[in-house]
Each structure stands twice: as structure tokens, then as C-alpha cells.
Design a protein around this ligand. Structure first.
Ligand SMILES: [Ca+2]
Length: 513
């Protein structure tokens, strides 16, 4: 079966910040539903919606207390189902988050597991040492009446669910169980139930949080491979068309585990070298260690590591990968970049051999807001501020006096302001998406031939014997190229002379040969 996700143009929605339909200051399901016409007009065909399950939101909903319920801040289950139906009616597929590496410490399972006399059903659903004086990495001590410490994945309130260990420490066999241990099966069955529940509600796929780290001490990844092949295999028995998107940053490994797609993230250094190696563009200075991004006006970055990375995927793996403009865990892409560079980035992800992934608001160039911290986001909260629809208060996100999160401050950035200007970022993205869908040369499966991986970037995409030439200059320098393509499909900041193309500052061209 052909995987639809390989032809997806994914748009990520952070639901608290997309659109508030009832004036309480918080984005909600009905708000998303009301904005579907905007997404249809933009041209995306798949959305990924961040967690909306019942949660205390100490980590943006990545701390679930009930996988079978929606949080009331977003509306009712009926509202959620209406949203899913409306997306499908509009021809847009929906991916939802599967956050099963850990639960919130307020989840009923954990409450029953941490009792002095644990409920037998949930006793082993978390990773507990058998005595509170047993040393263990990343473990919380003295937090419960149960005699033991529990392992956490991230924050203190995120106890790891128990999927077993790959390498078991000598002397710790009583609590470090092998990942194939039959005693772990009830939890695995529960995860399959959660997947079944949401597939029956109509979702088309799952973005899997912490996909690579469920099994502990799993250096070679054999544990997660075993686990996901079972779980994804079961999901595909329920709906053969459903797809799984990994949060991993290793598409080759992810494909071996059964994932259909893996997105590059700040754990992927070749991705950082494309967009996020200049000071102030990534989450930590360490991630910016390359010093220069390839897509930056100075033109001092390198495309080579990224090219080697994806070439290995193309040559050795059935796996596919997507390139996100941004996501909820990282600094906004527009930070430290001119609109011209942003247009080049969109021209790249919408023509290169990849699945393009757009973070809401990046299509209008929303900047990072460093002054906010909510729901355990810390600096990440700055990338989660409301979508900017028009020029009214709160940029049209809410009619409430106070929005849950403030918008970014620039007055001029809104969908409305960019609508009339055909050269606006939003309209450029829209026309590139249209092109992407119109020509089979831009599908993931079409051939890629690199012409120049220095500056400017030049490559060819080929399908059905027809070639399309792409050249992108993400720098402020000028370049002259000896190429004479026949029909221009898109261009910006380009001067054509006889048999040559001059790519001016931030120039790009997409043309038939
Ligand atoms: Ca609301």
C-alpha cells in the first residue's frame, strides 16, 4: 500500500494557541475547526495536533492523566470528534500525539502504583527499584509510601512507564526486567488499546513522543525495535492505512522499528547545520556548535553533512524523513533570519526530497517571544504563542480580555496583513505548496540529483522522464549560474540573461528544463 504520509505536507498545531472560539482566552477544538478553511487555502494536507488529553499541563500536555479523555480546556470529546470529521471532509489527515514514555504523576495508574501496598494491576507499570535505598539513574527518591524509587523520563512528575531493559545490571534482576518479559505485556496491551481507541475516533496516525527511549539501557536499540514492531504491527491490523511519525531524528533506525516517517529535530546535528547553528537560533549554545547555518545571509555554512546524512537514508533504507521549519520544543525559525532567508527555506523544503513540515505561524514568520513561560515550557513557550490572524487585539486569536499566552509583539505580522501582498511570506509559501502538489517531481519518491551542494544550492528533481531544476541562494551574495531552463515555475530575486541566471540576494528559481 502506498503510504500517504510520503506525500504529506504536514502542519503542526499547538492547540492552546491556534484559535479561541468561545472567548475564554484559550485555543480549543472548535477554534481549530473554524480555521480549517485557512489550512485548505494554504494547501496543507495533513495536520499534527499536539497533546489535548486530560493533563495538569505541567509539561504542555506531555504529562497525561487520562489517554481516553480530552482536557476540558479544549472542549468536549464531541467537539474533538467534530473537528476530526471536519478535517476529513476538507481532505486533511490528522496525526495526534502518542505520549506513552511516561504519564503524569497524577495519573490514576501511578497513584495506584505508588501506594504503600501497590494495586497489583499497576504495581509494575512503572520502573520501581525494589527498595528505596537501591541506587538508580534518573530516579526519584523519598516521594511515595511505596518502598522504592521510580525512574523518570524528563521532569520529576513524569514517571517512566515500564517497557523493560535491554542490558540488565548484575544484581538488579529483581526490578530490571528484560523487555520481552511476559509480565510487561499488560501495559503493552494497554498502549494498543489507546491506539485502537483513537483510530476508531478517526485519527489517521500518531506522532510518537520519545520513540527511541521507551526501553531502558537499550544502546543498540534492539529493545525499542522489538516493542514498536509489535505495537505498530497491531495498529496496522486495526487500520492498515494509519501512519506513525517518530520523534527520533534517526530515520533509518525508526524505519527498522516500523515507523513510516521520522522528523529531524534538534537531536539531529545535520538538521541544525541547515537552519539552526547561528547564535540564538537553537535551544542551547551546544546545539549551535557548527557556528553557521547553511541557510543564513553570511553564506558560511555547509550543506555537506546534511547531504551525507540523507544520502545514506536514500541508499540504505525504506524509511522516510521530514524537515520541519520548527516545532513546539525549539526557537522559532524566524528568529535571527530575514524574510528572504525564510522564503529560501520554504523553497527548499517544498522542492527537495523530503516530507515538508510547517510549524503553525512559521508561514507568516512569527518570531520567538522570550518573555513567556507557561505550562512547563520555559524558553520553549516562546515558540507556542498564539497564531496571528488579523490586526485586532491579540491579533484576532481571542476575544477575551486576556489571552492565555501573549502574542508576539510585531504589529505587522498577521495572516490578514500578508493576504493582499503577493510577495508576502504567506503567499510565497502558499504558491510553493501549490507547486509541490501540482508536479510529481516534488513527491518524496521522485529522483534527486545534486548539481551544487555549495552556494548556491542547485539540484534536479525528476519524475516520469521530466526534470525540474531548482537553484536557491540563501545568502546576501550574488551568484551567476550557467543554466538555461525553459519554463519558470517560481522565482524570486532573479535576473535572467541569455543562457545565465543571476541569483541576487535571497534569490531562488524553480524551472522546467
Ligand atoms: Ca477557548
Amino acid at each position: 500500500m502506498k503510504k500517504w504520509i510520503k506525500d504529506a505536507i504536514i502542519y503542526e498545531i499547538y492547540p492552546i494557541s491556534f484559535y479561541d472560539s468561545n472567548g475564554d482566552g484559550l485555543g480549543d477544538f472548535n477554534g481549530i475547526t473554524q480555521k480549517i478553511p485557512y489550512l485548505v487555502d494554504l494547501g496543507v494536507n495533513t495536520v499534527w495536533i499536539n497533546p489535548f488529553y486530560k493533563s495538569p499541563f505541567k509539561d504542555g500536555g506531555y504529562d497525561v492523566t487520562d489517554y481516553y479523555a480530552v482536557d476540558k480546556r479544549f472542549g468536549s470529546m464531541q467537539d474533538c470528534e467534530n473537528m476530526l470529521q471536519a478535517f476529513h471532509k476538507a481532505g486533511i489527515r490528522v496525526i495526534v500525539d502518542l505520549v506513552v514514555g511516561h504519564t503524569s504523576d497524577e495519573h490514576m495508574w501511578f497513584k495506584k502504583s505508588k501506594q504503600a501496598k501497590p494495586d497489583p494491576k499497576y504495581k509494575d507499570w512503572y520502573v520501581w527499584t525494589d527498595c528505596c535505598f537501591t541506587p538508580a539513574d534518573r530516579s526519584m527518591k523519598g516521594m511515595s509510601k511505596r518502598n522504592g524509587n521510580y525512574i523518570v523520563n524528563y521532569y520529576a512528575f513524569q514517571p517512566a512507564l515500564n517497557y523493560g531493559f535491554n542490558e540488565i545490571k548484575k544484581g538488579e534482576e529483581s526490578w530490571q526486567w528484560h523487555y520481552t518479559d511476559e509480565r510487561l505485556k499488560p501495559l503493552r496491551d494497554e498502549i494498543i488499546n489507546i491506539i485502537r481507541f483513537w483510530l476508531e475516533k478517526g485519527v489517521d496516525g500518531f506522532r510518537v513522543d520519545l520513540a527511541n527511549s521507551l526501553v531502558k539501557a537499550d544502546k543498540d536499540g534492539e529493545g525499542v525495535k522489538w516493542f514498536w514492531n509489535i505495537v505498530i504491527g497491531e495498529a496496522k491490523k486495526i487500520n492498515p492505512d494509519c501512519c506513525f511519525l517518530a520523534e527520533w531524528g534517526n530515520p533509518i533506525k525508526a524505519a527498522e522499528c516500523g515507523f513510516d516517517l521520522d522528523y529531524l529535530c534538534h537531536a539531529t546535528q545535520p538538521y541544525n547545520e541547515l537552519f539552526r547553528s547561528d547564535k540564538g537560533t537553537n535551544l542551547t549554545p551546544w546545539l549551535e556548535r557548527a557556528g553557521h547555518s547553511y541557510f543564513a545571509k553570511e553564506g558560511e555554512g555547509s550543506f555537506e553533512n546534511f547531504l551525507a546524512y540523507v544520502t545514506e537514508i536514500f541508499e540504505t533504507s525504506q524509511g522516510a524523513y521530514s524537515i520541519p521549519t520548527g516545532f513546539h520544543d525549539i526557537i522559532r525559525i524566524a528568529e535571527k533570519k530575514d524574510v528572504g532567508v525564510l522564503k529560501c527555506i520554504f523553497a527548499f523544503i517544498l522542492t527537495f526530497k523530503c516530507v515538508p513540515q510547517i510549524y503553525y505561524g512559521d508561514e507568516i514568520g512569527i518570531k520567538h517571544n522570550y518573555r513567556v513561560n507557561k505550562d512547563g515550557g520555559y524558553v520553549r513557550t516562546g515558540a507556542r504563542t498564539p497564531m496571528q490572524w488579523d490586526n485586532s487585539a491579540h491579533r484576532g486569536f481571542t476575544k477575551a480580555k486576556r489571552a492565555y499566552l501573549p502574542t508576539e509583539t510585531a504589529k505587522k505580522r498577521s495572516v490578514e496583513n500578508q493576504k493582499e501582498d503577493e510577495h508576502s511570506l504567506c503567499n510565497t509559501v502558499k504558491s510553493l505548496i501549490k507547486l509541490h502538489k501540482e508536479y510529481p517531481q516534488f513527491s518524496y519518491e521522485a529522483d534527486l540529483t545534486m548539481i551544487n551542494s555549495g552556494y548556491p544550492l542547485e539540484f534536479m528533481r525528476k519524475a516520469n522522464g521530466e526534470e525540474i531544476y531548482i537553484a536557491i541562494n540563501p545568502t546576501e551574495k550574488e551568484w551567476e549560474i550557467k543554466q538555461n531552463p525553459q519554463t519558470v515555475l517560481a522565482q524570486e530575486n532573479v535576473e535572467r540573461k541569455e543562457k545565465t541566471i543571476k541569483l541576487k540576494k535571497y534569490g531562488f528559481i524553480v524551472a522546467k528544463m
